[in-house]
Design a binder for this molecule. Structure first.
Ligand SMILES: Nc1ncnc2c1ncn2[C@@H]1O[C@H](COP(=O)(O)OP(=O)(O)OP(=O)(O)O)[C@@H](O)[C@H]1O
Length: 279
């Protein structure tokens, strides 16, 4: 690439350069990440996948600003990330909703902190409640909702906060298969409609192939990026299409070969899969 091409290329929304992370536990040091480099462009849908303990959540938490790095740089549009911010919203497997607030109050929580006028606040809360299909449940409390509904509230809550990057840590891992499929489709629609950038941690190869533009394969001991695989399958994707299955098998096999020496491997549907990953 020439100097002028480099100058024209827009800054990545997220840039991770030479990032390492060590934790001290009981006098011992755990090297959770080593020399991680990753560029994420605006509007991309990127999945992080890898066996349990390879540092996916740690990397996501560093992007969110919940964890500092031991060395290396993390930046958003070139500006160093020094802590959490509403422009980077995190969605967890266990929803993290405020149980004492209703659906619309949970969704309007961020805008309320910004002291917007009440009419504007109500408009934003209603817009995002509608976006995730929960208008009829706006006055319900989290304890009165199903798991899938709670996760919709969690997604709407970060979007209502003017989030530009949705950081999702196994968001559908606790849901039953049918609810998970529905939420996958809903998230893809929201992504297409809002152009939000998504970084999505999953253990499921099928989910990664269904959703993402790129699959970033991580391995443990210490956590590092082994491969960054662009997915060229057209959208919308169907798991039943032969092309889909070919890509899924190929990624599963590559994942297994990367982690074979580092994690136990189990066999699912005739394919060797690293423990903690589903094909
Ligand atoms: N706060 C912490 N203190 C000490 N060690 C930690 C901490 N957070 C993570 N680790 C360690 O860092 C490594 C990576 O953990 P991390 O949770 O990022 O992996 P992961 O790939 O997300 O795992 P899983 O898929 O099981 O959620 C593990 O060895 C873990 O024990």
């Amino acid at each position: 690439m020439s100097d002028s091409d480099l100058r024209r290329k827009p800054l990545p929304i997220l840039s991770i350069e030479g990032v390492s992370k060590r934790f001290s536990v009981g006098g011992k040091t755990v090297q959770a990440l080593a020399s991680v480099d990753l560029r994420i462009d605006k509007g991309e849908f990127v999945c992080l996948i890898g066996a349990s303990g390879c540092g996916k959540s740690t990397l996501l938490r560093i992007m969110a600003g919940f964890e500092t790095t031991s060395s290396g740089k993390v930046s958003m549009y070139g500006a160093p990330i020094t802590g959490p911010g509403p422009e980077r919203g995190m969605v967890f497997q266990d929803y993290g909703l405020f149980p004492w607030l209703t659906v619309k109050e949970n969704i309007g929580f961020g805008p309320k902190q910004r002291h917007l006028p009440k009419a504007k606040l109500d408009e934003i809360a209603a817009h995002y409640t509608d976006m995730v299909g929960l208008s009829a449940f706006a006055d319900y409390y989290p304890g009165q909702l199903s798991g899938g509904m709670k996760q919709r509230v969690a997604i709407a809550r970060v979007l209502a906060n003017d989030c530009e990057v949705l950081l999702m840590d196994e968001p559908f891992g606790a849901l039953d298969a049918l609810t998970r499929e529905k939420l996958q489709q809903d998230l893809l629609e929201i992504w297409a409609r809002t152009k939000v950038t998504v970084v999505f941690v999953t253990h499921a190869v099928e989910e990664a192939v269904l959703m993402s533009d790129r699959v970033v394969v991580m391995t443990a001991g210490p956590g590092r990026i082994e491969e960054d695989i662009p997915l060229l399958l057209p959208r919308p994707r169907e798991v039943s299409e032969p092309g889909f299955n070919d890509v899924r098998r190929s990624i599963t096999q590559r994942l297994s070969s990367h982690v074979a020496s580092k994690a136990p491997v189990v066999v699912q549907a005739g394919v060797a899969v690293p423990a903690g990953v589903t094909s």
